[in-house]
Design a binder for this molecule. Structure first.
Ligand code: FES
Length: 102
């Protein structure tokens, strides 16, 4: 499948240590900016009961779902509940902008 790059705008729109949900081609993607400035991107909807992971709390490379506390690894998408996992997407900072590949 072909990969398309999307310019999502300035990294500054996401405060350090927080996430933001973007709607890209019908796909909800949660982009996170770690306290060290590192970006990561996963699908936004929690596989448990569709909580918005962009609103979760980040820590130690994981995001904690705001609804029931399941955790997801921001690099692999693997969840804390064994069978649960979310898609991950390549994302990087280029010239101060967020560039996501889908
Ligand atoms: S909706 Fe995410 S843990 Fe329940």
């Amino acid at each position: 499948m072909e990969t398309t790059c999307f310019d999502l705008g300035s990294v500054e729109q996401i405060p350090l240590g927080q996430g933001h949900c973007f709607l890209i081609g019908g796909q909800e993607v949660a982009v996170f900016r770690g306290r060290n400035g590192r970006l990561s991107a996963i699908e936004d909807r929690c596989p448990h009961r569709a909580g918005s992971l962009a609103d979760g709390i980040m820590g130690e490379g994981k995001i904690v779902c705001p609804l029931h506390g399941h955790k997801f690894d921001l690099t692999t998408g693997q969840g804390s509940e064994g069978h649960e996992c979310v898609k991950t997407f390549p994302v990087e900072e280029k010239d101060g902008k967020i560039v996501l590949s889908l």
